[in-house]
Design a protein around this ligand. Structure first.
Ligand code: EPZ
Length: 420
């Protein structure tokens, strides 16, 4: 297995190109199941989760051709409708094929995704909504068996909780449904917005894009032609590198980034002392020497994203004062805390609230990644820790960060990918 070895350097400087968004790419790849044509997708990030989903579609009979900048996905020859455990267990977002496969074929079997390190991750809201649309859902031997022999019917769905992949799944199911579907309490993340925009441009009329109430005008089973598109920049990758600039006090410029997707993150970094120069597709961070403490509560978009909580917690260990960070979306998303404590961070946990007494010097040591965003938090800590920090189990990191160590090396970081 690989690990990352990081040593503190005096300063970083330069540009970092942001890759396409993992969490936009996954539903957009699943969306190709609705297409009559081979779909060209530009700017897919080179990360493990994307490869996993492309492999899943290939296993079902699709033809996927992964290029460096453009990937084509042709599902016209898709014959299988069963997403098996061996793939789904490695990436729970595989559940995103359920809606489109069921809508197109009238039946689908998907292994129950199970939980993951950060929480139980139920999919009850996905299944309840599909049942409301007329699907019959059975759970047998760890598999979801969904059937809708006469197709799905549009209806009014109110999500009890805002669910990102739940919204994406139902939008894709509703795209081929008979009649209109109104989703109330829909997720408004930019990744969901891009999915809706592309479906809308492909002939599935969707009203309310970007709002919490989406109306999807189903095509009554008619597949759609999807023109080439490019995946939006990854706002969480971008936020992670902004935190790298803030924690190392380095002026970094991010390119191929959309600052309008980062409002809450930029606002919190400003509260902590940074300022920014922003253009259409770049952000330059001007960090402050003195990092101010902060209060953060994770919420759904456009509020502060849970996917940035671990990175800000690492940054808060260097703040001049006490920060309070509350995780409201997932029940177990503080596993980076114990690893940061081993590096010397002064953090106390009380339920879903972390209290971080900043100003502590961190010492490099062996640390273990436990989940995707915790991994990046440990890298950020390693950039400012004395000595050497070895981050193990970085297969977690490779799920969602495209060439992280190369991007950091290019701005002067002393970071190497080594073999255990
Ligand atoms: C998406 O996960 C993201 N993943 C996650 O990013 C992100 O943390 C999360 O949204 C929240 O923003 C992808 O887009 C692939 P949810 P998702 O359904 O859709 C509860 C990363 O680091 N819930 O919005 O699985 C759930 O337990 C990953 O890139 C139900 O109760 O999250 C959670 O408390 C991690 N029942 C809350 O809703 C359901 O049926 C939000 O979950 C579905 C969700």
């Amino acid at each position: 297995m690989d690990y990352l070895q990081i040593k503190r350097v005096n300063s970083l400087n330069g540009n970092i190109k942001i890759s396409g968004a993992k969490n936009a790419s996954l539903p957009l790849i699943a969306m190709t199941i609705l297409a009559t044509n081979s779909v060209s997708i530009k700017n897919l990030p080179h990360v493990a989760d994307i490869n996993t989903l492309l492999k899943l579609l290939s296993n079902l009979g699709a033809k996927c051709n992964r290029g460096s900048d453009t990937t084509t996905v042709d599902t016209t020859s898709l014959t299988q409708t069963k997403a098996t455990y061996d793939i789904v267990k490695t990436m729970r977002a595989s559940i995103l094929v359920l809606g489109p496969i069921l809508a197109r074929f009238g039946h689908c079997e998907v292994s129950l995704p199970g939980g993951c390190a950060i929480g139980q991750r139920p999919i009850d809201l996905h299944l309840k909504a599909l049942e409301q649309m007329g699907a019959k859902i059975d759970i047998k031997a760890g598999y979801i068996e969904a059937t809708a022999p006469n197709g799905l019917k549009g209806c009014d769905i109110i999500f009890d909780k805002i669910t990102v992949t739940g919204t994406a799944n139902i939008v894709m199911a509703a795209a081929l449904a008979n009649g209109n579907t109104i989703i109330t309490n829909a997720a408004r993340e930019p990744e969901v917005v891009q999915l809706c925009e592309i479906l809308n441009a492909s002939g599935v009329k969707i009203d309310g894009i970007g709002t919490a109430v989406l109306t999807i005008h189903g095509t009554s089973g008619k597949l759609i032609n999807i023109d080439e598109f490019s995946v939006i920049p990854d706002r969480i990758e971008a936020g992670t590198y902004l935190c790298a600039g803030a924690i190392t006090r380095a002026e970094l410029t991010l390119t191929n980034v959309n600052a309008s997707h980062l409002g809450a993150v930029l606002s919190k970094l400003e509260e902590m002392g940074s300022t920014f120069t922003i253009t259409d597709d770049t952000i330059t961070i001007h960090p402050s020497d003195l990092i101010k403490p902060v209060k953060i509560v994770t919420q759904e978009y456009p509020a502060f994203p849970t996917d940035m909580q671990a990175q800000f917690l690492a940054l808060a260990t260097q703040a001049n004062g006490t920060s309070i960070i509350e995780e409201k979306l997932f029940e177990n998303r503080f596993m980076h805390v114990s690893e940061l404590q081993r590096m010397g961070a002064d953090i106390s946990l009380n339920g879903h609230v972390a209290t971080v007494n900043g100003g502590t010097k961190l010492s490099g040591t062996d640390v273990m990644a436990t989940d995707l965003r915790a991994s990046s938090a440990l890298v950020l800590a390693g950039l400012v820790a004395d000595g050497t920090t070895d981050v193990h189990r970085i297969y977690h990191l490779d799920r969602g960060y495209d060439s992280l160590e190369v991007k950091l090396q290019n701005v002067g970081a002393d970071i190497q990918r080594l073999k255990e």
